[in-house]
Design a protein around this ligand. Structure first.
Ligand SMILES: CC(C)(COP(=O)(O)OP(=O)(O)OC[C@H]1O[C@@H](n2cnc3c(N)ncnc32)[C@H](O)[C@@H]1OP(=O)(O)O)[C@@H](O)C(=O)NCCC(=O)NCCS
Length: 178
């Protein structure tokens, strides 16, 4: 059952395996880009603990951020018992100029070995509920123009296409439950 878990060192081994699977590709929604070289996380237990602390701090609206950043809640997409980390999802609490035009509220990725099993679709549905809890009535979710799996993920969650800006397809999704 797909779930959203807050980052936790308890999931260290599975987190490290999931991150490693991406190799040197960008891990959307993971927060790894926040690290000094923007690509490689320290996969040791200590590295995981530092990383988790950084991610949790970023979700706290009370913590001052640079002008170009907004508070963001990170989730590890999990499945099974015991939990396996199957992907990553980031929920930005509000939009700045770049997020409005290109980045959107929500970014995500699923580890290559667990794709095409519905995890992204279910994770996005869960994230939309979290967004509603944060007071986001309409979430903006974007994807690269040629990213068919991500576009399908957004569309099956009710995404209404608005336009494409700078190669990013922009969709709005109502989050409030009827
Ligand atoms: C995009 C991504 C998150 C989708 O994850 P996933 O768990 O495989 O997605 P799902 O299993 O929920 O599938 C969602 C839809 O995409 C379709 N899909 C998935 N992979 C596909 C592929 N390679 N080609 C065509 N369609 C694909 C599925 O059939 C499904 O569509 P449907 O509802 O019409 O059947 C995953 O491919 C990924 O991590 N990609 C790299 C990172 C990325 O692009 N993130 C998005 C940034 S905006």
């Amino acid at each position: 059952m797909t779930a959203l878990a807050r980052p936790d060192v308890r999931l260290h081994a599975s987190w490290a395996a999931a991150v490693a699977e991406f190799g040197d590709t960008v891990v959307h929604g993971s927060g790894v880009w926040r690290l000094p070289d923007q690509r490689y996380a320290d996969l040791t237990l200590d590295g995981c603990a530092r990383f988790v602390a950084m991610l949790l701090e970023e979700s706290d609206p009370g913590v001052p951020l640079p002008d170009d950043r907004v508070p963001c809640t990170y989730f590890w997409i999990t499945d099974g018992d015991p939990d396996e980390v199957v992907g990553f999802l980031a929920l930005r609490h509000r939009l700045n100029d770049w997020l409005f035009h290109e980045g959107g509220h929500i970014g995500y990725s699923v580890r290559p070995s667990r794709r095409r099993q519905g995890h992204a679709s279910r994770a996005l549905a869960l994230a939309l509920r979290q967004a509603a809890d944060l007071g986001i009535a309409r979430a903006l979710v974007t994807c690269d123009d040629d990213n068919v799996p991500s576009a399908r993920t957004i569309e099956r969650n009710g995404g209404v296409y608005e336009d494409t800006r700078n190669g990013k397809r922009r969709y709005w999704i109502e989050t409030a439950e009827g």
